[in-house]
Design a binder for this molecule. Structure first.
Ligand code: SF4
Length: 299
């Protein structure tokens, strides 16, 4: 691959607008983690989230909808139509006529997943459970069997009965949970994720979800006021992972990354590749979990 092609591909990987050709909820992404095209469903175009992460990379982008917009049952049909249109565009190759997807190499021009992600916590949406069923039906009708349905979540609400029902639908339809875990200690969790939900609740939700089906963990490490997480924090993080697996959690992988786009707070900066790699190697050597590192990419 030429340097110019590398630049173009990097541009496609870093391009994450939440709308595409006039859509409101559904958008395509070239995803390193998926290994191809991921179609995102943004259930929070109004930027409602029950976390307030210091590194949040959506807070500095213009919102697709005002914060008081209601995302209710009335938009389900619109989401379905946007999703079907985009799936067809990928399979017909029409997506790759549009920048930046026109630079995507042939081997990555495949639909890997449909993901509930976007600008907030998908499970907090009142239409999340209904939409899981609708998306599963659309996937059966329009997409290939191998296409996953990925839930990218901060795990705060995984214990809710309606969310559990939705997860059961995903389990039957090649679903996968990617759960955020950015800390080992309550203190660091409070500093990084700034949520009213107790850290132990997050860990309990991850444990229960991963006891029922294999999941992936997503971890973002960064510099806070110029300092990377210290050894005590990394040791506590490793202890948390080992606690999960020792208690029956099936963790397929940890996806470890750093800040790739402008963070919410000016005192946040990315780790160097060497810093991230060093943490990844330490975690890899002290757990039984496969650690995947993603440099300079948030997707
Ligand atoms: S959970 Fe995601 S959307 Fe919510 S504040 Fe954190 S990074 Fe932003």
């Amino acid at each position: 691959m030429t340097e110019q092609n590398d630049d173009n591909l990097s541009c496609a990987h870093k391009s994450h607008p939440r709308t595409f050709l006039g859509s409101t909820f559904v958008y395509p992404v070239l995803s390193r983690r998926s290994g191809g095209i991921s179609i995102g469903i943004n259930l929070s175009p109004n930027r409602i989230c029950n976390f307030n992460c210091v590194y949040c990379q959506v807070k500095n982008q213009p919102a697709t909808m005002p914060s008081d917009s209601k995302i209710d049952q009335q938009v389900i049909e619109q989401i379905e139509n946007e999703l079907i249109t985009l799936i067809k565009m990928v399979y017909k190759g029409e997506l790759f006529e549009h920048a930046p997807f026109d630079t995507v190499p042939q081997e990555l021009r495949r639909l890997c997943d449909i993901s509930f992600s976007g600008d907030g916590e998908p499970t907090s949406s009142e239409i999340f459970d209904t939409l899981c069923t609708r998306v599963a039906n659309i996937k059966k009708q329009y997409a290939r069997d191998e296409v996953k349905i990925v839930l990218i979540t901060n795990s705060t609400l995984l214990h809710k009965p309606k969310v559990q029902e939705a997860l059961a639908v995903l389990d039957l339809n090649n679903g996968e949970i990617w759960a955020k875990l950015d800390a080992g200690t309550e203190k660091y969790y409070a500093t990084v994720n700034r949520s009213g939900v107790a850290f132990e609740k997050i860990l309990d939700n991850i444990l229960r979800a991963a006891q029922k089906r294999p999941i992936k963990i997503q971890t973002l490490f960064m510099n806070i006021m110029g300092s990377a997480p210290d050894q005590q924090e990394i040791a506590a993080y490793i202890d948390r992972l080992n606690f999960l697996t020792d208690n029956g959690a099936h963790i397929k992988a940890v996806q470890m990354h750093t800040v790739a786009r402008q963070p919410a707070e000016s005192f946040i900066s990315p780790l160097t590749n060497a810093q991230l790699e060093a943490i990844a190697q330490q975690v890899q050597s002290q757990t039984k979990i496969n650690i995947e590192t993603f440099f300079g990419s948030s997707n």
